[in-house]
Design a protein around this ligand. Structure first.
Ligand code: NAD
Length: 379
C-alpha cells in the first residue's frame, strides 16, 4: 500500500526582480511590524537591508532588522531573535539569506506565538499554536528552507544539531529572485548546490518517495547537474542562477514530502561537533552512503544517471561520476580533507544514530556497524 500526504504551502513569486514585491506580499499577509533576519554578508556588503526597509515602509510596515546571524545558527542566537521580536510585538517574519537566516526567521515566527525557548520545540510537532506569517527569500540555492517545515539550530553546550519540525513552520510566501544569488562565491555556490542535490537524490531514494515526489526530485537533480557547473564557473549567469533556485526549491518539496535519508543523519554530527557547513558535510558523505546502499538501490541510481546525464551507466559508475562532479566543484573528497580526527568515529556514530527519522527513511536499514563502516570509508 502507498500512503502519502502532499504539502506545498508557500505562494511563490519568482524571477529577476521578484524581490521588489516584498512590501506588497507582506502587506497582503497582514504584517504591521516585520522581524527581518538578513544574512550578515548581504547586510554589510549590499544595499539589500536598506531596500528591504524601504519596500516595507512604502506599505506602512515597520521593520526590526537582525543582521548578526551566523552560519549554522545556535539556539542562543535564535532565542536572542525571539526576545527582540516578542519585545517589539512583531506580527510577521521575513528571512533573507541562506538556510541559516531563513530557519531563524521561521523559528521566530513560531515562537512569537508559542512561549519558551527554541530548545523546547526541537523535535517533531511540538509547537502548539500556529505561527505568525513568514516570507522566505533564499539567497543561496541550497537548503529549500523556503518550502520546508523545518528550522535547524545547534545546541552549543551539547554540540548537537536539532530541528524544530512543525506544520506551522511552512512559509506562507517565498520569493525566488536569482539576482540575490549573483554575489555567491564559487565555493558557497558549490556546497549549497550540492546540499540541494542531496535533498533531491535522498528524497528520490527515500522509503517515503512516491509518484508525486519522484518526478520533482528527479527534475531538481537534472537542473543541478546541468546548471551547477555553469554557475560555479560564471556566477553572473542569471538564467543558470534562476534554474538553481528552482532546483533547490523543488528539492525542498522532495525533502518536505518524502524526507531525506542517512546522508543527513551522518552529516548532522559533523555540523554539531566540528562546525562543518551543512552542504559540505552532506556532499562529502553522499557517495559513501550511496555505496552502502548497493546493490539494493542500484536500479534507482541507474535511472537517475540516465535521466540527468543521458548516459546508460552502472550504479557504481554513476557514483564515480558523482565523485568527479563534486571534485570539479572543489568539494572535499574525504573526512580527512575536512580535518576530522579519525578517533571521533565513536562520537559521530552516537550522534548519527540519534537522527532517527532520516535513518528510518533510508532505502536500506543501517545497523550501528554499517554506520561505522560508512564513516570509515569516508576517511
Ligand atoms: P548559510 O545560510 O549558513 O550561508 C552560508 C554562507 O553564505 C554565509 O557565509 C552567508 O553569509 C553566505 N551567503 C548567503 N547568501 C549569500 C549571497 N547571496 N552572496 C554571498 N554570500 C552569501 O548556508 P546555507 O547552506 O544556505 O544554510 C545552512 C543552514 O540551513 C544550516 O543551519 C542547515 O542545518 C540549515 N538547513 C535547513 C533546512 C530546512 O529545511 N530548513 C534544510 C537544509 C539545511
Amino acid at each position: 500500500m502507498i500512503q502519502f500526504k502532499l504539502t506545498f504551502s508557500p505562494e511563490v513569486f519568482a524571477g529577476p526582480d521578484s524581490f521588489e514585491r516584498l512590501g506588497e506580499v507582506a502587506k497582503k499577509l497582514g504584517g504591521n511590524c516585520a522581524f527581518v533576519v538578513i544574512d550578515r554578508f548581504l547586510s554589510e556588503k549590499t544595499d539589500l537591508k536598506e531596500k528591504t526597509i524601504k519596500l516595507l515602509e512604502d506599505q506602512g510596515i515597520r521593520s526590526i532588522i537582525y543582521d548578526r546571524i551566523t552560519s549554522e545558527p545556535t539556539t542562543d542566537t535564535g532565542n536572542e531573535c525571539v526576545c527582540i521580536a516578542r519585545e517589539n510585538r512583531c506580527d510577521i517574519t521575513i528571512g533573507i539569506g541562506g538556510g541559516s537566516a531563513l530557519d531563524t526567521a521561521k523559528a521566530v515566527a513560531g515562537l512569537i506565538k508559542n512561549p519558551g525557548l527554541i530548545e523546547d520545540y526541537q523535535g517533531i510537532d511540538k509547537l502548539k499554536f500556529p505561527s505568525v506569517p513568514k516570507i522566505m527569500i533564499p539567497t543561496t540555492a541550497g537548503t529549500g528552507s523556503e518550502v520546508t517545515f523545518t528550522a535547524v539550530f545547534v545546541r552549543e553546550k551539547e554540540k548537537k544539531k536539532g530541528g524544530i519540525n512543525s506544520k506551522y513552520l511552512y512559509p506562507e510566501a517565498a520569493i525566488l529572485d536569482p539576482l540575490l544569488t549573483l554575489s555567491l562565491p564559487p565555493h558557497i555556490t558549490a556546497s549549497t548546490g550540492m546540499d540541494a542535490f542531496c535533498h533531491a537524490i535522498e528524497s528520490y531514494l527515500s522509503r517515503k518517495a512516491n509518484f508525486f515526489t519522484m518526478p520533482i526530485s528527479m527534475e531538481a537533480m537534472r537542473l543541478i547537474w546541468k546548471n551547477l557547473p555553469v554557475v560555479f564557473k560564471d556566477g553572473s549567469n542569471i538564467e543558470a542562477r534562476e534554474k538553481m533556485l528552482y532546483a533547490s526549491f523543488l528539492a525542498g518539496i522532495g525533502l518536505a514530502n518524502a524526507g531525506v535519508t542517512a546522508v543527513h543523519s551522518l552529516s548532522y554530527p559533523l555540523g554539531g561537533l566540528f562546525g562543518i557547513p551543512h552542504g559540505t558535510a552532506n556532499a562529502v558523505l553522499l557517495p559513501y552512503v550511496l555505496e552502502s546502499g548497493l546493490p539494493h538501490t542500484g536500479h534507482l541510481l541507474e535511472e537517475i544517471a540516465w535521466n540527468i546525464t543521458g548516459k546508460g551507466v552502472t550504479a557504481k559508475s554513476f557514483i564515480e561520476m558523482l565523485k568527479e562532479f563534486e571534485e570539479f566543484h572543489g568539494i572535499p573528497q574525504t573526512l580527512t580533507h575536512l580535518k576530522i580526527p579519525q578517533n571521533s568515529i565513536e562520537q559521530l556514530v552516537e550522534g548519527a544514530m540519534q537522527v532517527k527519522v532520516p535513518l528510518e527513511n533510508n532505502p536500506v536499514e543501517l545497523s550501528r556497524q554499517d554506520i561505522i563502516k560508512i564513516y570509515q570509508a569516508a576517511f
